[in-house]
Design a protein around this ligand. Structure first.
Ligand code: TK8
Length: 353
């Protein structure tokens, strides 16, 4: 009895010592890896490990961006920085990963602007529907001084915004019927992102907007808790939404960006040289986003067609209906976004307001 107690204490001591030695799982600390040999231990001692969590699959556009970011950063740092990617929401959803960044338990993530607006409402303008019409306008907005100022606001919640990565134009999918007009949307239970503008827009179109986190969407569609959802083609395809939603409408009703971000706790722990490399790698990826995304989307769209998905466009009448509803939403959010900001946004993308 006494002997076994001592044995248990011995094991507990070993475990505690192990935790202390491994830095209690502190991701960006140089000692977070369990060294196998003495030589490896030395190498690990100099290495900075960055844990990057994303909500979607490695095959998605965001997955490709993450892999590019890893390649660029690891090569530029001559292997002194290692990026570990955790895809498929393994580290949580957009909101909870941001909270992990605030606590310093995760180094990096890249959520959509929609959930970010729940932390900082300055990001709201990105999610206005029927605002951005093409890649050229999107590029202008994402590289504008206004967007750069918005990025800096993350500082107040313990996060450093690095750059905008592209999520893309969002399209409606559903299991019930082809959608070409607002009347077709009426009555559909559609998952939206957790953002008041998205919810209001779909409800105003007569849908039953059902906000939920991205990693719950596939099951909800499969179990028919919802009829449809909306996302860029890359995420529809790589998340398998097209397998449970036959109808796809290229509505392009909103263009949403991702924000590549890093925990302020990590940022303040690393050297200015490491900060520079991370910033440069994030911006290099930002410059390649449209090419990566567009290549993926044409390939995935072809495959969806060959698999029997019905791909539609909005009718001209339907597009006008969505534009008119969008204008009501712009008005509704004018005071929250600020008239000044609204006007800046419109002049950047070349629209009158
Ligand atoms: C992935 C999400 C996703 C977004 C959504 O983490 O929630 O529909 O489009 O990209 O950020």
């Amino acid at each position: 009895m006494f002997k076994s107690k001592i044995f248990v204490m011995f094991i507990v001591t070993l475990l505690v010592a192990g935790l202390v030695l491994s830095g209690c799982g502190n991701s960006s600390s140089s000692s977070s890896q369990t060294p196998a040999t003495q030589t490896e231990k030395k190498d690990e001692g100099q290495k900075l490990v960055i844990k990057l969590g994303i909500g979607s699959a490695l095959t998605s556009q965001l997955g490709e961006y993450a892999v590019k970011f890893k390649e660029i950063l690891e090569s530029k740092s001559n292997g002194q920085i290692e990026v570990q990617i955790f895809p498929n929401g393994q580290m949580g959803n957009d909101k909870s990963m941001m909270e992990s960044l605030q606590m310093g338990t995760l180094d990096m993530t890249a959520p959509s602007t929609a959930p970010i607006a729940n932390f900082i409402k300055d990001f709201l303008y990105f999610d206005l529907p029927m605002l951005v019409d093409d890649d050229a306008a999107a590029k202008k907005l994402l590289t504008s001084d206004l967007a750069k100022e918005t990025l800096k606001k993350l500082d107040s919640i313990g996060i450093v915004g690095l750059d905008y990565w592209v999520n893309g134009f969002r399209n409606i999918t559903n299991s019930k019927r082809p959608v070409k007009t607002a009347a077709d949307i009426k009555g559909l239970k559609i998952r939206t992102m957790q953002n008041p503008i998205h919810i209001d827009f779909f409800n105003a179109l007569g849908a039953n907007a059902t906000p939920m986190a991205f990693n719950e969407v596939f099951n909800a569609l499969e179990q028919k808790v919802i009829d449809g959802q909306e996302n860029p083609i890359s995420l529809i395809y790589t998340s398998g939404f097209h397998e449970v939603n036959k109808y796809v409408t290229l509505s392009r009703h909103v263009f949403t960006p991702y924000v590549a971000m890093i925990s302020k706790k990590t940022w303040e722990k690393i050297t200015p040289e490491q900060q520079k490399l991370i910033q440069e790698a994030a911006t290099e990826v930002a410059n390649q986003c449209f090419d990566i995304l567009n290549a993926q989307e044409s390939k995935f769209l072809e495959d969806m067609k060959s698999k029997g998905n019905v791909i539609d466009e909005l009718s001209p009448e339907g597009r006008t209906q969505l534009q008119n509803t969008a204008k009501e939403i712009w008005k509704k959010y004018e005071s929250e976004i600020g008239k000044d900001t609204m006007q800046k946004v419109m002049s950047i993308i070349g629209k009158s307001y």
